[in-house]
Design a protein around this ligand. Sequence first.
Ligand SMILES: Nc1ncnc2c1ncn2[C@@H]1O[C@H](COP(=O)(O)OP(=O)(O)OP(=O)(O)O)[C@@H](O)[C@H]1O
Ligand SMILES: [Mg+2]
Length: 157
Amino acid sequence: MFSVITTSPEQTWKIGEMLGARLKAGDTVCLYGDLGAGKTSFSYGIAQGLDVQEHYITSPTFTFVNEYEGRVPFYHIDLYRLVDPGELENIGFEEYLDSDGVTVIEWADRAEDKLPGEALSVYLSYVDDHSREIGFLAEGERYEKLLDELRVTLNKI
Ligand SMILES: Nc1ncnc2c1ncn2[C@@H]1O[C@H](COP(=O)(O)OP(=O)(O)OP(=O)(O)O)[C@@H](O)[C@H]1O
Ligand SMILES: [Mg+2]
């Protein structure tokens, strides 16, 4: 696990973008953090890194999933309103995880035991009005390697 502090939303996008540029089909990123912690801002950055052309990435609050076309398909899931992990079957949650796209899940904790065993977890937390701490945790070999690469890139900025 390692973490960085950003001092503006733009910096948070930038780090999301650096991660997005390294993601490939089948990858899952789980986002954790309170309301306003920056999960959607980070997701926007990931979308940029995946070459999604749309510039208006919003949380898919009422539908749970927004799908975008990018270098690979980008599935943006937000589980804030999920009441019971059993509902995940209705949205085809597992199919997204097993798909040919990149899946990013806001409020991933809501999925409980339906989360994949291997994923990159990103923990966002409020520091002050302009600053957020972003922590990264890799589970599985693929994500450990990805995180090592990301860490090297982040050390250069
Ligand atoms: N360093 C920072 N990084 C990210 N966002 C920041 C930062 N500083 C201030 N902000 C502000 O914090 C807010 C983050 O909102 P965002 O929608 O990304 O959070 P969220 O975690 O997705 O919340 P929700 O759970 O409500 O969807 C934005 O208004 C953004 O401008
Ligand atoms: Mg959000």
